[in-house]
Design a protein around this ligand. Sequence first.
Ligand code: CU
Length: 233
Amino acid sequence: MNHWWLPADAAAHGPALDRELHLALTLLFGLAVLAHMVMLIALLRRRSQQCRSIIAMELLPFCVIAGLFIWMGVRAERLWAQMRYAGADYSAMQVEVVGEQFVWYVRYPGEDAKFGITRPELVDAGAGNPLGLDQRDDAAHDDRVSSELVLPVNREVDLRLRSLDVIHGFSAPELRIKQNAVPGQTIHIHFTPTQVGRFAVLCTQVCGLGHYRMSATIRVVSPEEFERWSAAR
Ligand SMILES: [Cu+2]
Protein backbone atom coordinates (compact mmCIF):
# COMPACT_ATOMS: atom_id res chain seq x y z
CA MET A 1 0.00 0.00 0.00
CA ASN A 2 3.01 2.25 0.67
CA HIS A 3 3.73 2.79 -2.96
CA TRP A 4 0.69 4.79 -3.87
CA TRP A 5 -0.37 6.72 -0.84
CA LEU A 6 2.60 7.39 1.44
CA PRO A 7 5.91 8.99 0.48
CA ALA A 8 8.97 6.73 0.27
CA ASP A 9 10.35 5.56 3.60
CA ALA A 10 13.79 7.04 4.21
CA ALA A 11 14.30 6.52 7.96
CA ALA A 12 14.89 3.44 10.08
CA HIS A 13 11.82 3.97 12.28
CA GLY A 14 9.52 4.58 9.27
CA PRO A 15 8.23 1.04 8.58
CA ALA A 16 7.06 0.62 12.20
CA LEU A 17 5.11 3.91 12.04
CA ASP A 18 3.59 2.95 8.70
CA ARG A 19 2.53 -0.45 10.05
CA GLU A 20 0.84 1.30 12.96
CA LEU A 21 -1.01 3.63 10.61
CA HIS A 22 -2.17 0.76 8.39
CA LEU A 23 -3.30 -1.25 11.41
CA ALA A 24 -5.30 1.70 12.78
CA LEU A 25 -6.94 2.45 9.42
CA THR A 26 -7.83 -1.20 8.77
CA LEU A 27 -9.26 -1.73 12.25
CA LEU A 28 -11.25 1.50 12.21
CA PHE A 29 -12.63 0.79 8.75
CA GLY A 30 -13.67 -2.69 9.87
CA LEU A 31 -15.30 -1.26 12.99
CA ALA A 32 -17.20 1.37 11.01
CA VAL A 33 -18.62 -1.29 8.69
CA LEU A 34 -19.47 -3.55 11.63
CA ALA A 35 -21.19 -0.75 13.57
CA HIS A 36 -23.44 0.04 10.61
CA MET A 37 -24.33 -3.61 10.16
CA VAL A 38 -25.20 -4.00 13.85
CA MET A 39 -27.35 -0.89 13.70
CA LEU A 40 -29.20 -2.14 10.64
CA ILE A 41 -29.80 -5.59 12.12
CA ALA A 42 -31.00 -4.06 15.40
CA LEU A 43 -33.41 -1.78 13.56
CA LEU A 44 -34.93 -4.65 11.60
CA ARG A 45 -35.14 -7.01 14.55
CA ARG A 46 -36.65 -4.56 17.01
CA ARG A 47 -39.61 -4.08 14.76
CA SER A 48 -40.64 -7.66 15.33
CA GLN A 49 -39.46 -8.51 18.83
CA GLN A 50 -38.21 -6.95 22.06
CA CYS A 51 -34.47 -7.02 22.63
CA ARG A 52 -33.95 -9.21 25.64
CA SER A 53 -30.50 -8.26 26.75
CA ILE A 54 -29.10 -4.77 26.81
CA ILE A 55 -25.78 -6.20 28.00
CA ALA A 56 -25.23 -8.18 24.83
CA MET A 57 -26.39 -5.31 22.63
CA GLU A 58 -24.57 -2.34 24.15
CA LEU A 59 -22.26 -3.06 27.03
CA LEU A 60 -20.29 -5.88 25.45
CA PRO A 61 -19.38 -4.04 22.21
CA PHE A 62 -18.55 -0.96 24.29
CA CYS A 63 -16.06 -2.89 26.43
CA VAL A 64 -14.48 -4.60 23.42
CA ILE A 65 -14.03 -1.30 21.58
CA ALA A 66 -12.69 0.49 24.67
CA GLY A 67 -10.16 -2.32 25.15
CA LEU A 68 -9.14 -2.09 21.50
CA PHE A 69 -8.61 1.67 21.71
CA ILE A 70 -6.52 1.40 24.86
CA TRP A 71 -4.39 -1.31 23.22
CA MET A 72 -3.89 0.87 20.11
CA GLY A 73 -3.08 3.90 22.25
CA VAL A 74 -0.42 2.05 24.24
CA ARG A 75 1.18 0.67 21.05
CA ALA A 76 1.33 4.10 19.41
CA GLU A 77 2.63 5.78 22.55
CA ARG A 78 5.44 3.26 22.85
CA LEU A 79 6.55 3.96 19.27
CA TRP A 80 6.46 7.70 19.90
CA ALA A 81 8.39 7.36 23.16
CA GLN A 82 11.18 5.48 21.38
CA MET A 83 11.62 8.41 19.01
CA ARG A 84 11.11 11.24 21.35
CA TYR A 85 11.87 10.32 24.97
CA ALA A 86 14.39 7.50 24.75
CA GLY A 87 17.64 9.37 24.20
CA ALA A 88 19.81 8.98 21.13
CA ASP A 89 22.89 6.78 21.21
CA TYR A 90 26.02 8.54 22.49
CA SER A 91 27.62 8.11 19.05
CA ALA A 92 24.75 9.91 17.27
CA MET A 93 25.56 12.95 15.19
CA GLN A 94 24.61 16.23 16.83
CA VAL A 95 22.67 18.73 14.73
CA GLU A 96 20.58 21.71 15.69
CA VAL A 97 17.69 23.08 13.66
CA VAL A 98 16.33 26.51 14.53
CA GLY A 99 13.15 27.99 13.11
CA GLU A 100 12.69 31.71 12.63
CA GLN A 101 10.06 33.50 10.56
CA PHE A 102 10.44 32.24 7.79
CA VAL A 103 13.60 30.18 7.51
CA TRP A 104 15.22 27.10 9.01
CA TYR A 105 18.80 27.43 10.24
CA VAL A 106 20.98 24.38 10.73
CA ARG A 107 23.91 24.36 13.15
CA TYR A 108 26.70 21.80 13.36
CA PRO A 109 28.77 21.77 16.57
CA GLY A 110 32.09 21.28 14.74
CA GLU A 111 35.08 19.18 15.84
CA ASP A 112 34.43 19.52 19.56
CA ALA A 113 30.88 18.08 19.14
CA LYS A 114 29.72 20.83 21.50
CA PHE A 115 27.32 23.63 20.70
CA GLY A 116 28.53 27.09 21.65
CA ILE A 117 26.45 29.43 23.78
CA THR A 118 23.90 31.60 22.00
CA ARG A 119 22.45 34.84 23.34
CA PRO A 120 19.24 36.48 22.13
CA GLU A 121 20.80 39.97 22.27
CA LEU A 122 23.52 38.90 19.80
CA VAL A 123 21.04 37.68 17.16
CA ASP A 124 21.75 39.69 14.02
CA ALA A 125 21.06 37.97 10.70
CA GLY A 126 22.31 41.03 8.74
CA ALA A 127 25.72 40.77 10.42
CA GLY A 128 25.96 37.03 9.70
CA ASN A 129 25.01 35.83 13.17
CA PRO A 130 21.38 34.70 12.83
CA LEU A 131 21.49 32.47 15.92
CA GLY A 132 23.31 34.90 18.23
CA LEU A 133 26.46 32.79 18.69
CA ASP A 134 28.66 34.17 21.45
CA GLN A 135 32.24 34.11 20.13
CA ARG A 136 33.62 34.56 23.66
CA ASP A 137 32.62 30.94 24.26
CA ASP A 138 35.34 28.53 23.08
CA ALA A 139 32.80 25.94 21.97
CA ALA A 140 31.25 28.51 19.60
CA HIS A 141 34.35 29.04 17.42
CA ASP A 142 33.92 25.93 15.30
CA ASP A 143 30.11 25.93 15.16
CA ARG A 144 28.88 26.09 11.57
CA VAL A 145 25.53 27.56 10.59
CA SER A 146 24.05 26.44 7.30
CA SER A 147 20.77 26.76 5.46
CA GLU A 148 20.89 23.16 4.30
CA LEU A 149 20.65 20.05 6.45
CA VAL A 150 23.23 17.58 5.12
CA LEU A 151 23.36 14.18 6.84
CA PRO A 152 25.38 11.00 6.29
CA VAL A 153 23.29 7.95 5.48
CA ASN A 154 22.82 5.17 8.08
CA ARG A 155 24.11 7.20 11.01
CA GLU A 156 21.83 8.10 13.87
CA VAL A 157 21.09 11.81 14.17
CA ASP A 158 20.35 13.53 17.46
CA LEU A 159 18.47 16.58 16.29
CA ARG A 160 17.72 19.40 18.69
CA LEU A 161 14.97 21.75 17.69
CA ARG A 162 14.61 25.35 18.76
CA SER A 163 12.68 28.42 17.68
CA LEU A 164 13.64 32.09 17.88
CA ASP A 165 10.16 33.57 17.70
CA VAL A 166 6.90 31.61 17.36
CA ILE A 167 5.95 27.93 17.22
CA HIS A 168 7.13 26.31 14.00
CA GLY A 169 6.49 22.76 12.87
CA PHE A 170 9.47 20.79 11.62
CA SER A 171 8.16 18.14 9.26
CA ALA A 172 10.03 15.82 6.89
CA PRO A 173 7.45 13.39 5.47
CA GLU A 174 9.93 10.95 3.87
CA LEU A 175 11.85 10.69 7.13
CA ARG A 176 8.60 10.29 9.12
CA ILE A 177 9.49 13.15 11.45
CA LYS A 178 7.17 15.84 12.67
CA GLN A 179 7.85 17.88 15.75
CA ASN A 180 7.04 21.42 16.81
CA ALA A 181 9.84 23.87 17.54
CA VAL A 182 8.73 25.84 20.59
CA PRO A 183 10.31 29.13 21.73
CA GLY A 184 12.18 28.70 25.02
CA GLN A 185 12.48 24.93 24.65
CA THR A 186 15.12 22.63 23.22
CA ILE A 187 13.38 19.52 21.93
CA HIS A 188 15.32 16.42 20.91
CA ILE A 189 14.25 13.88 18.34
CA HIS A 190 16.44 11.18 16.91
CA PHE A 191 16.28 9.15 13.73
CA THR A 192 18.50 7.29 11.27
CA PRO A 193 18.23 8.19 7.57
CA THR A 194 18.47 5.02 5.49
CA GLN A 195 18.26 6.40 1.96
CA VAL A 196 20.46 8.77 0.01
CA GLY A 197 18.55 11.62 -1.58
CA ARG A 198 16.96 15.02 -1.20
CA PHE A 199 13.98 15.36 1.10
CA ALA A 200 11.72 18.32 1.75
CA VAL A 201 11.32 20.00 5.13
CA LEU A 202 8.10 21.91 5.61
CA CYS A 203 6.83 24.13 8.37
CA THR A 204 3.51 22.70 9.53
CA GLN A 205 2.43 25.45 11.89
CA VAL A 206 0.87 28.57 10.39
CA CYS A 207 3.59 30.84 11.75
CA GLY A 208 2.88 34.10 9.94
CA LEU A 209 2.40 35.66 6.52
CA GLY A 210 5.48 34.02 5.02
CA HIS A 211 4.62 30.56 6.36
CA TYR A 212 4.06 29.15 2.87
CA ARG A 213 7.70 29.71 1.92
CA MET A 214 9.23 28.27 5.09
CA SER A 215 10.78 25.19 3.59
CA ALA A 216 14.24 23.64 3.47
CA THR A 217 16.02 20.60 2.11
CA ILE A 218 17.55 17.63 3.85
CA ARG A 219 20.31 16.13 1.76
CA VAL A 220 21.25 12.61 2.81
CA VAL A 221 24.61 11.64 1.32
CA SER A 222 27.22 8.87 1.59
CA PRO A 223 29.63 9.12 4.57
CA GLU A 224 32.52 10.00 2.21
CA GLU A 225 30.55 12.80 0.59
CA PHE A 226 29.55 14.07 4.02
CA GLU A 227 33.23 14.22 5.05
CA ARG A 228 34.06 16.18 1.90
CA TRP A 229 31.15 18.56 2.50
CA SER A 230 32.17 19.16 6.15
CA ALA A 231 35.82 19.65 5.24
CA ALA A 232 34.89 22.24 2.63
CA ARG A 233 33.29 24.32 5.34
CU1 CU B 1 7.19 28.34 10.48
